[in-house]
Ligand binder design. Sequence first.
Ligand SMILES: Nc1nc2c(ncn2[C@@H]2O[C@H](COP(=O)(O)OP(=O)(O)OP(=O)(O)O)[C@@H](O)[C@H]2O)c(=O)[nH]1
Ligand SMILES: [Mg+2]
Length: 194
Amino acid sequence: MYLWILFNISVSNMGNKNIKGSKKSKNVKDDYQLKEQSKSFKIVIVGDNFVGKTQLVSRYVNNEFFHEYVRTLGVDVFKKNHVSGIKLQLWDISGSPRHIKALQEYAYDGSCFVIVYDITDKQSFDNVQMWIKFLDEIQDAQIFIVGNKCDLLERQVVLEEAKNKYSEYFICETSAHSNKNVNLLFETIISKLY
Ligand SMILES: Nc1nc2c(ncn2[C@@H]2O[C@H](COP(=O)(O)OP(=O)(O)OP(=O)(O)O)[C@@H](O)[C@H]2O)c(=O)[nH]1
Ligand SMILES: [Mg+2]
């Protein structure tokens, strides 16, 4: 996949150089700029309080995990340059109901949405429906669903049931704690967006 992406980027670079000065150059330049823009994705992460959104992002971006819970106030934006050259912005949104109104502002130009629930908290899974409805009202971006904390034994949500219920979405389980499937999640997102 990455080779394919790198190949396409280098082909588009070559194309831009070769037509310099020609009548077509404006259009191709526009195309090139579009391509450049499309190399940056804004991934918006939502879900109830305490499901592990911040730790998931922290694990992916910095390979760090903290046991201490520090509630996100509003939004935190993490940046990561993907190995393919794609620039990622990860918008980690607070799960507090009082920040939900601001979500509209944060999410309207998102490339995709990630809804996180906690596999040990059935309520957070039940609320996925509410998050889908809310995001659908903002815009038609692709949605990914993630059951986090799969390292824990006190499971209240079975993955197969979650997959049956949300069969039209990509859905997987992760552990920010053990790092299980964290890279897989973001690599899947990038490959589906590109
Ligand atoms: N065992 C385990 N604990 C986790 C995992 N992910 C997060 N936690 C813990 O769960 C708590 C909440 O994690 P956060 O990432 O802060 O939760 P959040 O979804 O960002 O919460 P808000 O900012 O309030 O919306 C913290 O104590 C984390 O250490 C995980 O995969 N496994
Ligand atoms: Mg947080």
